[in-house]
Design a protein around this ligand. Structure first.
Ligand SMILES: Nc1ncnc2c1ncn2[C@@H]1O[C@H](COP(=O)(O)OP(=O)(O)OP(=O)(O)O)[C@@H](O)[C@H]1O
Ligand SMILES: [Mg+2]
Length: 241
């Protein structure tokens, strides 16, 4: 059995009276890809924000590599190996693609020179090397999503949180990104992936967690989750179940 890299235990995040995430519990094994799905507003991004330290959990604990990291801020979590992308991509717009990745890696590599050397390797890997000098603002959506992944990889994470990196891409671009994620998985990096496109979740995930109104309504293998009546009802309403 692989070691557990991430333990999400009874995690709650409220905004005022709203339970955006409500008692979510699962473990992620080293090297595992876990899909995180659910209708709009289900709490997926909020859970990412809690795991990556942007919000402390209102209740519950997060353990990463055996250490309680609940409430630890993002820059510290990034330094110990939790990388993430943002659903709304956030490149530094005035800077080139290469510069974006250099900056993302600076706190890991210390010097600009070391970070630049590493940034080139990442851009080769993510297929952006030929656009390295382009302004990040001028990339296509597919390019910006790849840049998000590149920036997250710059810190050499052992756990990568991907928030809708395929959404909005055409089928060819989507396939390329799925291939990229499989290559990342091939390095043994554990991945938690949010995606609305079922084909992506079904192709990539070892297991899937389903949220609905903040609550975890299913956890299991993709094929089992896809035919779970609670999940079908959450997606398609009363009549479908
Ligand atoms: N900073 C915030 N302040 C107040 N409410 C918030 C905040 N962030 C999220 N919410 C609310 O929490 C709930 C969960 O939102 P979240 O963005 O996590 O959903 P999601 O599953 O990522 O949805 P989507 O699929 O649309 O990206 C929603 O009702 C949302 O309006
Ligand atoms: Mg979201």
């Amino acid at each position: 059995m692989a070691e557990t890299i991430l333990k999400v235990q009874d995690v709650v995040k409220t905004f005022g009276g709203l339970h955006a995430v409500n008692r979510v519990t699962f473990d992620l094994a080293e090297g595992e890809v876990m899909g995180l799905i659910g209708p709009n507003g289900a709490g997926k991004t909020t859970l990412f924000n809690v795991i990556s330290g942007y919000y402390p959990p209102t209740q519950g604990r997060i353990h990463f590599k055996g250490q309680d990291v609940s409430g630890v801020p993002p820059y510290k979590l990034a330094a110990i190996g939790i990388g993430r992308t943002f659903q709304v991509v956030k490149p530094f717009p005035g800077l080139s693609v290469l510069e974006n990745v250099i900056i993302a890696g600076l706190c890991r590599y210390g010097t600009r020179r070391a970070s630049e050397k590493h940034a080139w390797k990442i851009l080769d890997f993510t297929g952006l090397a030929d656009q390295a000098d382009k302004s990040a603002a001028n990339l296509t959506l597919a390019g910006r999503k790849r840049l998000e992944i590149s920036k997250a990889l710059a810190l050499e994470p052992s756990l990568l949180l991907l928030d809708e990196v395929v959404a909005g891409l055409n089928p060819t671009e989507a396939d390329k990104t799925i291939e990229l994620i499989l290559k990342i998985k091939g390095f043994g990096i554990s991945i938690l992936i949010v995606e609305h496109i079922m084909r992506v979740i079904m192709n990539l995930s070892d297991r899937v967690v389903v949220l609905n109104f903040g609550q975890q309504i299913a956890l299991g293998k993709p094929a089992d989750v896809a035919r779970d009546p609670m999940v079908i009802q959450a997606y398609f309403g009363e009549d479908a179940a």
